[in-house]
Design a protein around this ligand. Structure first.
Ligand SMILES: [Zn+2]
Length: 388
């Protein structure tokens, strides 16, 4: 039998792996896999195409329906340019009732609790399974979990609930917006601006795409909220350009312009329909540009897509999370999580985890020890619920 580590010891270990999204997470995955297989717990890896990252899921207990899935991501945001004053970012440090370190809140705190809960479930002889699901590349668009969630949905008996432990101060989050993001490259034709009618300005054409986004926002905000969107702030789908760059001189029609367009889509609407609407607008614009010069073009690259989490009022995951946390209300948030991917496969999912999202992604990231302990209480109750 391996030595059983406390949740805190596991957290210390997890924080020590600098699993920034751009880098490999394999050392962390190796460690988790060694620890769990040491207990005789079945683990499965789902590697990425390049082979430098992997998701891992584990099964504690019998392969029957009605289990609980605990989901977390192993990647963290970078620390570049951040001024960490309490400790080196990849070293868990306790101070004033808080545990500091990159990922302490988002979301290695929950990962550590979920790993400890998996061992506890295994040792308690649960009658329904506890599944652990650890992903990569969550911070860069929730993309890494997709093949793992698909494999779990295909191979495992359906659990009654999925808890995605993003930091919510243990509030039960039953809905979030979906979304997608595109890099767009507008290719113009350079001529002297005095004869601009013979060229194509990539900057001025790109501005039409930004204007389309503005018009969609105005249109969406004027509509009343749908039944699944009422709690959201704002309650409509938003379209945003965060970056635009192009052109070389005031008197040359711009040869290139790059911009990004991101959607945050309310659960009442189909995010794929928004992608299609943008594609249609861009296709029309390209046709108009090419009527001036066939050399003009627009290319679009989809960076990510996150399905929304639609509130399932009275659903199994919501009911379980309320029972485990003693709360009787739910919240919705405007950021995406992996819960949308689980729900997309027909698994009832909610977001509920210890720590505060306000501390995520910042220098001196921390989780309150009281939150960490409350999270452990919640997961111990979850394991107990699988023993009856
Ligand atoms: Zn997170």
């Amino acid at each position: 039998m391996p030595v059983e580590l406390s949740p805190r010891e596991i957290l210390e270990k997890l924080v020590s792996f600098p699993t920034v999204s751009r880098d490999s997470n394999l050392p962390l995955i190796d460690w988790v896999e060694d620890y769990l297989t040491g207990w005789g717990i079945e683990c499965h890896r789902v590697p990425n195409d390049e082979g430098d990252k992997a998701s891992l899921y584990a099964v504690a207990g019998p392969a029957v329906e009605g289990g609980i899935t605990l989901s977390g991501h192993t990647d963290v945001v970078p620390v570049d340019g951040q001024d960490w004053t309490v400790c080196p970012p990849f070293e868990l440090t306790e101070r004033d009732g808080r545990l500091y370190g990159r990922g302490a809140a988002d979301m290695k705190g929950f990962d550590a609790l979920a790993i400890a809960a998996t061992v506890l479930a295994h040792r308690s002889g649960v009658r329904r399974p506890l599944y652990l699901a650890l992903s990569y590349d969550e911070e860069v668009g929730c993309t890494g979990c997709v093949p793992m969630v698909a494999e779990m949905a295909r191979l495992l008996p359906k659990p009654s609930a999925v808890i995605v432990g993003e930091p919510s101060l243990l509030q039960v989050i039953d809905g979030h917006k979906g979304g997608s993001s595109f890099h767009i490259h507008v290719k113009g034709v350079e001529v002297h601006s005095s004869i601009m009618h013979t060229g194509v300005s990539a900057v001025m054409e790109a501005a039409k795409i930004v204007d389309w986004a503005n018009r969609m926002n105005a249109q969406n905000s004027a509509r009343p909220p749908g039944p699944l969107s009422e709690g959201f702030v704002p309650h409509w789908t938003t379209v945003h350009t965060g970056m635009i760059r192009g052109g070389t001189a005031h008197n040359i029609t711009a040869g290139d312009c790059w911009l990004d367009i991101s959607f945050r889509v309310v659960p009442d609407e189909d995010y794929r329909a928004w992608n299609a609407a943008l594609t249609e607008f861009v296709d029309d614009l390209r046709t108009q540009m090419q009527a001036v010069s066939p050399a003009a073009d627009i290319t679009m690259e989809q960076v990510f897509t996150v399905p929304p989490l639609a509130p399932e009022h009275g659903g199994a995951a919501e009911t379980l999370a309320k029972a485990l946390t003693g709360r009787n209300s739910c919240e919705v948030v405007s950021y995406g999580t992996e819960a949308g991917h689980f729900q997309h496969h027909g698994w009832s999912a909610i977001v509920c985890g210890p720590g505060n999202i306000a501390q995520a992604h910042k220098p001196d990231e921390y989780i309150e020890i009281a939150q960490f302990n409350a999270g452990w209480d919640m997961l111990q109750r979850a394991v107990r619920s699988l023993t009856d």
